[in-house]
Structure formats: structure tokens, C-alpha cells
Design a protein around this ligand. Structure first.
Ligand SMILES: [Zn+2]
Ligand SMILES: [Zn+2]
Length: 376
């Protein structure tokens, strides 16, 4: 059984042996025109698979999707109309800046860039080194102010997610999009050199469960002192997403919160769910214990969603005509608590110990070990 699972994992590796990934840029934004500037390096340009020339530092291309064709405009190359336009990076230091027209965003990317006509849409796909992509995701998820060990934790989580979800956009012709739908990617990492070195230091390392399947790497900002079982937030019980007590995230930026809600609003919400709320029962809410439902009737995640609460871990009491909520933590509480992990990394725990603390019965292993297993 385990052998079969390993073969399954192996048979879908990225583009042969090259560790590359295809990222769909601006996928949900419906971009129809973009300016591409070469920041460094040389690129060969192919229009419908035909080489039409090269561009280098400072050259600009304007790419527009119009009437089902990809139009190229540039001072250096002949203008073309095609169904496929490719910028193929020739050097290791190749870097492009891509700016969609009419949007206040831009991306600095390395690797190749493709534009494809897909009927009503234009696909913009960046093919690049997996670890360059991972370091960009780590920067988007964790910011620029963490220590190197924490960046290793985040790199392993983001890599595991990327590999486990690489078919999410198969029908779109790429692996992952650059938005929250997959993992946020805002281009190459530049803000802190530790991000890139930590990603490289953990290159190839992923988290697998007891059956050697890549795990669902759930994480959240701060658990408030207790993580929560996956089945208590989502429908499915997952052996490695089990509740654990966590004191590391106390006294971190998102460890406590407070909110006031009008009593009438509160009562009305419960009424809408067929519950005649007893105000005396407010004292049963307790932010030192994880609890899933109110009176076994209403899931607290619904209360969280209705009142835009940071978490489902809170105490409550009456304050005049309002209900005052004192909460702990930020996020759904399943899997790894980021602020707890950050604290652990400052206390000297290494990334493997941190992953084992938050995920039960897992293995932190290089993916290439699976190849060795297969060869045997
Ligand atoms: Zn996506
Ligand atoms: Zn925590």
C-alpha cells in the first residue's frame, strides 16, 4: 500500500527532473494588456513557436489580448499577432517587471513568461524554479521580520502545499495561481536574504503523514493557547490535525482581542437560528478552553463569521446594552500556529521540532528520499 502511494506521488513530479513550477499570474483579474520590462538578463522571444528576436536590459514589450489574439508591440521587434507568445530566459540572472494595464499592481519575476490566448481570457504564466517561487510565497505569508528558522518552517509548509495542490489549475494550463485561492505570490523575494537562504536550506523538504502522503498544511495566525481538531472546524477528521495546547503564542501580537456587540444584534442572531438565548449562559463562554458549539446547537464558527470575530475562543459578559467579548487568538486554530512557531524559533527550537509540535504523527523528509525508495 505504502509503495503504491509512493509511486503515485512520483509519477506526477514537475516537468521531469527540473524543479520548476508554472504560476498563473493575475488569474482572477482578467488582465487584457500588460507592459513587460526587462530588468536584467537576455530573453529570446517566440511567437507561435517561431523565434522572432531577443530583448535585454531596459527593453519594453507591450502585450495585448484582442479579438482572440495575443498582440506584441515593441520598438525592437516586429509587431506580431499570435495565439502564444513566450519570453524564454537565457541567463540565471534574468528578471522581468510585469505591469498589467489599469491595475495598481506589478510583479518582479524571474524565469520564463508565457502569454496564451484562451478565448475570452489571456493566460499569463510564469515558469520558474520551485524554490524561487517558494521564497516569494514565504515573504508574502510571513513578511520580512522573522528569523531564519521560522522562514524554514514556512518554506516547508508552502512547498508541501504547492506539491500537494499542483493539479488545482490543470484545466487552466498551469499549476497554481498567485492569489489566496492557492498561495499568495507577489513576485520574487527581495526584502530579507534569510528568506531565500532558509528556502534553499530546506530545498526538497516536505511534510508527509503516516501513509507517506503530503499533508494538508493548515496554519493560522495565533491559536490563543489551544489549537483545534480539524473535524471541529471543517467536516473531516485528519489524524495529523489534532488539538494541542500551546503556550508559545501567549504575549504575541494577536494573542488577545476585544469586541463589543449590541445586545439586540446578538439576541437577534441567535433567534434567527431558532435559539432563545439565555443571557445568564454568557458566563459559560470561556477563552481559556476550546469549545466547538453553543449548547450543542450552534457552531461557534457561525458566531465568529456573523460578528467578524478574530476567533471562536472567547469569554463574554454584559456591559450595559452591549455584550463585551474578550477573545484569544486569530484564525481558525487548525494546524500550525504561526505566532507560536515564531516564538519557538526565537527560543532555539529548530524547524523540524516546530513542525512536530503542531502536526501529530508526521515525517519531515526530503522528497528525493522517495526516489531512493522507488529505486530499491
Ligand atoms: Zn488558485
Ligand atoms: Zn498558538
Amino acid at each position: 500500500m505504502r509503495f503504491l502511494i509512493l509511486i503515485f506521488l512520483l509519477s506526477f513530479s514537475f516537468l521531469g527532473n527540473a524543479e520548476t513550477i508554472k504560476i498563473g499570474l493575475f488569474h482572477h483579474l482578467n488582465v487584457h494588456s500588460a507592459t513587460v520590462t526587462v530588468n536584467s538578463g537576455n530573453y529570446d522571444i517566440f511567437s507561435n513557436d517561431e523565434l522572432i528576436g531577443s530583448v535585454t536590459n531596459g527593453d519594453k514589450l507591450i502585450v495585448t489580448h484582442q479579438s482572440g489574439a495575443i498582440l506584441l508591440n515593441s520598438l525592437k521587434l516586429k509587431n506580431t499577432s499570435s495565439s502564444k507568445l513566450e519570453l524564454i530566459a537565457k541567463d540565471a540572472d534574468c528578471e522581468l517587471l510585469i505591469t498589467p494595464k489599469g491595475k495598481s499592481i506589478k510583479r518582479k519575476i524571474s524565469g520564463h513568461l508565457n502569454f496564451w490566448n484562451r478565448g475570452k481570457k489571456m493566460s499569463i504564466v510564469n515558469t520558474q524554479d520551485l524554490d524561487v517561487y517558494i521564497s516569494g510565497v514565504v515573504e508574502a505569508e510571513a513578511g520580512s521580520r522573522q528569523n531564519a528558522e521560522y522562514y524554514k518552517v514556512q518554506a516547508v509548509i508552502c512547498r508541501t502545499y504547492a506539491l500537494a495542490n499542483k493539479f488545482k489549475h490543470a484545466k487552466n494550463g498551469f499549476h497554481l495561481c498567485d492569489e489566496v485561492h492557492c498561495q499568495v505570490y507577489k513576485g520574487i523575494s527581495e526584502s530579507n536574504p534569510d528568506i531565500i537562504s532558509s528556502t534553499r536550506a530546506t530545498s526538497d523538504v516536505v511534510v508527509v503523514d503516516q501513509d507517506v502522503n503530503l499533508i494538508t498544511t493548515a496554519f493560522h495566525s495565533n491559536c490563543g493557547g489551544h489549537t483545534i481538531n480539524s473535524e471541529d472546524v471543517w467536516s473531516e477528521a485528519v489524524p495529523y490535525l489534532k488539538a494541542v495546547p500551546d503556550t508559545f503564542c501567549y504575549a504575541m501580537p494577536h494573542s488577545i482581542w476585544n469586541k463589543r456587540i449590541k445586545k439586540t444584534q446578538w439576541m437577534g442572531f441567535f433567534q434567527n437560528h431558532g435559539i432563545n438565548f439565555d443571557l445568564d449562559s454568557l458566563s459559560t463562554f470561556d477563552n481559556s478552553k476550546r469549545r466547538v458549539k453553543y449548547n450543542n446547537q450552534l457552531h461557534l464558527k457561525e458566531v465568529r463569521s456573523e460578528f467578524d470575530l478574530r476567533s471562536t475562543l472567547f469569554s463574554a459578559h454584559i456591559e450595559n446594552d452591549e455584550i463585551e467579548i474578550d477573545g484569544r487568538g486569530f484564525g481558525h486554530g487548525v494546524g500550525l500556529c504561526q505566532e507560536g512557531a515564531m516564538k519557538m524559533s526565537t527560543l532555539g527550537y529548530d524547524y523540524i521540532e516546530i513542525l512536530h509540535f503542531y502536526f501529530s504523527d508526521i515525517h519531515v523528509v526530503p522528497l528525493s528520499n522517495f526516489h531512493l525508495f522507488r529505486e530499491n
